[in-house]
Ligand binder design. Structure first.
Ligand SMILES: Nc1nc2c([nH]c(=O)n2[C@@H]2O[C@H](COP(=O)(O)OP(=O)(O)OP(=O)(O)O)[C@@H](O)[C@H]2O)c(=O)[nH]1
Length: 137
């Protein structure tokens, strides 16, 4: 059976843009774009995982504002459930410990990046979330 992992990831918003991070050549899914985050440890809460991973990967704290629906994806060699959270930056300034690059992208620019395949449904859910916010505004 395929290995199954649970991953928490952060859609960090700033001034109408979100932070996209590019995986390094040395990582799995090299050079793909993703939302920073990582694997949830056994018995770990998804939000605690997110805070831990963002400190490790970017050296920042975040404020979590909303949880988007978890989304499942099956890669050739493993299956993943992504748990996305909409966040803003808290304390610290960004230092890249693992990623090759980051970009602040507008919602219009987001689909043009070469995302990890599992992020497709996450982008759709985020666009739906933005629309709902505008409808409720
Ligand atoms: N953080 C994050 N990971 C994602 C996203 N989309 C996606 O497919 N993933 C996959 O989820 C896994 C996250 O695990 P990780 O960040 O703790 O793992 P890693 O790359 O350090 O180690 P790995 O070598 O086991 O892949 C990776 O396999 C990554 O490719 C995303 O948007 N954010």
């Amino acid at each position: 059976m395929k290995k199954k992992i649970e991953v928490a990831c952060a859609i960090i918003e700033r001034e109408g843009r979100v932070l996209a991070a590019q995986r390094a050549e040395s990582m799995s899914l090299p050079l793909k774009w993703e939302f920073p985050g990582g694997k949830i440890e056994p018995l770990e809460d998804a939000r605690d995982c997110l805070h831990r991973e963002l400190r490790e990967e970017l050296g920042v704290g975040v404020h979590i504002h909303a949880a988007l629906p978890p989304s499942d994806w099956s890669y050739a060699d493993f299956a993943i459930t992504l748990h996305p959270f909409v966040c803003t930056l808290g304390e610290g300034s960004i230092h890249l410990a693992e990623h090759k690059a980051i970009r602040w992208v507008s919602p219009e620019e987001m689909p043009s990046l070469d995302w990890a395949a599992a992020d497709g449904p996450v982008l759709e859910n985020y666009f739906r979330y933005l629309k709902q916010g505008q409808a409720g505004a």
